[in-house]
Design a protein around this ligand. Structure first.
Ligand SMILES: NC(=O)c1ccc[n+]([C@@H]2O[C@H](COP(=O)([O-])OP(=O)(O)OC[C@H]3O[C@@H](n4cnc5c(N)ncnc54)[C@H](OP(=O)(O)O)[C@@H]3O)[C@@H](O)[C@H]2O)c1
Length: 266
């Protein structure tokens, strides 16, 4: 099935497997041409071939987003191509082991991919989007952004960054015609889990969503104007209470005098 009118081009990182492939499929069917980014060119070519029937223009861009020069190359594409109207920052890896057993170089590469590359690509796309008063940025975070006790804190911290960054970004650009969304998937059945050393089959099946359902729910959330989309959360009111409690702390977090319980001032 081919979508009739073009919505411009969506650049999707991590589009060789898992969630990124489903975004590629759904955005092509919504009328976007695609630039698919990942390290494994043969997988990207397979995804492009699979989506040929959508009738959209699909290009692959091989890049390792833990390598600064490669990130720069993708950033230049984003800043230099006025046809690009959407960026999906989806590429990401996890870290499941104990901090005491962790290899610092692996953690550093994860933080670079999940945080630095996402930030660089967003900032590369942004000036053009603002100048054209049109742009969509979808950042894939994770529910662990809200649950630091689940893993070792490094992956969840990188995803908490994505949530913070997206919330701040919305404040800055919403009035300039830019749409932003952070998506917080729960456990989703993709190759992610094998790479993190935790086969997804070991999780209770009622906790695990298909990548198709996850992306379809997220795009429905986008259509409903959500800034934060948590595909599994049954009641939106639960998130609103959580946000309300956080915002209520705001005026109390920075004051001239320390709290009485510390006994510092009379
Ligand atoms: N699956 C879950 O349960 C889950 C839950 C919450 C959030 N998420 C998030 O969802 C996003 C997508 O993950 P997924 O579940 O779809 O996992 P996935 O199937 O492992 O896909 C990850 C994608 O990122 C790409 N990638 C990894 N390292 C890269 C690098 N250095 N440079 C460029 N691309 C790289 C991979 O392609 P190449 O290997 O070809 O480079 C692949 O296309 C991630 O940000 C992840 O943190 C996943």
């Amino acid at each position: 099935m081919s979508a009739s009118s073009s919505k411009g081009t969506a650049l999707i990182t991590g589009a060789s497997t898992g969630i990124g492939v489903v975004y590629a499929d759904r955005l092509a069917r919504r009328g976007y041409d695609l630039v698919l980014v990942a390290r494994r060119q043969e997988k990207l070519a397979g995804v492009a071939a699979q989506l040929k029937e959508t009738g959209r223009k699909i290009e692959t861009l091989q890049a390792d987003l833990t390598v600064k020069e490669d990130v720069q190359r993708v950033a230049e594409r984003l800043s230099g191509d006025p046809a690009i109207t959407a960026l999906v920052n989806n590429a990401g890896v996890g870290s499941a082991g104990k901090l005491l057993d962790a290899k610092i170089d692996d953690l550093e590469a994860m933080i670079y991919l999940n945080v630095t590359a996402l930030t660089r690509l967003t900032l590369a796309a942004l000036p053009g989007f603002v100048a054209r008063k049109n742009g969509l940025i979808i950042n894939i975070a994770s529910i662990v952004a809200l649950a630091p006790e689940l893993l070792n804190g490094t992956y969840s911290g990188s995803k908490a960054y994505v949530v913070n960054f997206t919330q701040a970004l919305k404040n800055e650009v919403a009035a300039k015609g830019i749409t932003v969304q952070a998506v917080l998937p729960g456990a989703t059945a993709t190759p992610f889990w094998d790479k993190a050393g935790l086969p997804v089959e070991h999780l209770p099946s009622e906790m695990v969503m298909t990548a198709e359902d996850m992306v379809d729910a997220s795009l429905a959330g986008l259509d409903q104007g959500e800034l934060i989309t948590i595909p599994a959360l049954p009641e939106l009111a639960s998130w609103e209470r959580f946000e309300g409690a956080r915002k209520e702390l705001g005026p109390q977090l920075s004051l001239k005098v320390p709290a009485r319980r510390y006994g510092v001032t009379a």
